[in-house]
Design a protein around this ligand. Structure first.
Ligand code: SF4
Length: 75
């Protein structure tokens, strides 16, 4: 399982994440994405949604290990 969050200050409302994982992300009343159900899709799909974000506003962390899955942690 993953922890997923959207940095609304960064989000430009492109809608890519909502399109990729509509059960996980939805627009709020200001047109910014927010997490509506972190378990709404496979982890794989959630990471893919994070990757699709043009401004890297989505962070995904593996709940079990605490490892950041996206964006990739700096080496
Ligand atoms: S893909 Fe990124 S910029 Fe686009 S709506 Fe989702 S969080 Fe916002």
């Amino acid at each position: 399982m993953v922890k997923v969050s959207v940095n609304k200050a960064k989000c430009i409302g492109s809608g890519d994440c909502v399109e990729t994982a509509p059960k996980v992300f939805a627009f709020d009343d200001k047109g910014k994405s927010e997490v509506i159900d972190p378990k709404g899709s496979d982890d794989r799909v959630i990471v893919s949604a994070a990757r699709s974000c043009p401004v890297k506003a989505i962070t995904v962390v593996d709940e079990a290990t605490g490892q950041q899955l996206f964006p990739p942690p700096k080496q």
